[in-house]
Every structure is written in C-alpha cells, then in structure tokens.
Ligand binder design. Structure first.
Ligand SMILES: Nc1ncnc2c1ncn2[C@@H]1O[C@H](COP(=O)(O)OP(=O)(O)O)[C@@H](O)[C@H]1O
Ligand SMILES: [Mg+2]
Length: 138
C-alpha cells in the first residue's frame, strides 16, 4: 500500500511499476473518478520509454501507446453498458497479446478479467492524498 501526496508521486508509482512489466501483463485499476488511475497510466507509459500522450479513453474505450519498450493497451470500462462491448472490440486479443493491458474501472466487469490480472485500487483520502493499493497476484 502506498500513499501519494501529489500527481507527480502518482505517476512515479506508475513508472516504478513499469520497470517490472512483462509482455502479457494485465493491470486492473479500480477506484472512483478523480482518484489518479489515468495519472498512474501516464507514469507506466513514460516508464516504458514512450513519449506518447496519455489521455483517458473514456469515450474511445481503447488507446494504444506504441512508443516504448512494450505496447500499452489502455482501456476504460466506465461508459460501457455490458462486457460484450469490450469483447466486441477484441479485448481478449489485447489481454493475451504482445503488450501490457491496463484497464480503468475493471471491476465493472470483473468476470472478463483474467485470473492473472493484478488489481490496483485507488482511494482519495480526506486530506487529498491518494491511497494506492497494489495487490499481489492471486
Ligand atoms: N496524489 C495526488 N494528489 C493530488 N492530485 C492527484 C494525485 N494523484 C493524481 N492527481 C490528480 O488528480 C486528477 C484526477 O486524476 P486522474 O488520473 O484523471 O483520475 P481517474 O483516472 O482515476 O479518474 C488529475 O489532475 C491528477 O493529476
Ligand atoms: Mg481515468
């Protein structure tokens, strides 16, 4: 469990996580709006050596960042109505593909996440800090 006191600290945690990432890894991000999920993804993408701009794929469902050591497939399930919408764009190919998949709001459709996914939970504390809880793989 980590406490982040600033946006920069949140992206630094993503950078640190990026160092250990391997092809096929799946990161399932959970937590309310504004808790730092997209900021963490910025750190991951930067940490993999990409200078691609990271923005929330809320309306487009998927953003791909290809400038780094591994491609990053960035999903956001916030606006999806059913898991079928994610499966229809080929989610499984991205999950078990050549890169790293990072999914915001993954808990909306827990059932389509692989059992190997690493769950990372983001919470806003009353003082504005974020608690970021990276759970061990099950
Ligand atoms: N620890 C922190 N303290 C203050 N602001 C933060 C912190 N972590 C992230 N932020 C900022 O909070 C805002 C919302 O973060 P964002 O990553 O877009 O949230 P989410 O994707 O969970 O909705 C952004 O402006 C981000 O830079
Ligand atoms: Mg977001």
């Amino acid at each position: 469990m980590c406490i982040s006191h600033s946006a920069a600290e949140t992206s630094d945690l993503g950078r640190a996580r990026a160092r250990q990432l391997q092809r096929g890894d799946v990161l399932a991000l959970t937590g309310e709006l504004g808790t730092g999920k997209t900021q963490f993804v910025k750190g991951i993408v930067a940490g993999l050596g990409s200078s691609d701009e990271v923005t929330s794929p809320t309306f487009t469902l998927l953003h791909e960042y290809r400038g780094g050591q591994l491609p990053v497939y960035h999903f956001d399930f916030y606006r999806l109505n059913s898991p079928d919408e994610a499966l229809a764009i080929g989610l499984d190919d991205y999950l078990f593909g050549d890169g790293v998949a990072v999914i915001e709001w993954a808990d909306r459709f827990h059932g389509i996440m692989p059992s190997t996914a690493e769950w990372i939970d983001f919470k806003l504390k009353s003082n504005g800090a974020r608690v970021i809880d990276i759970r061990v793989r099950s």
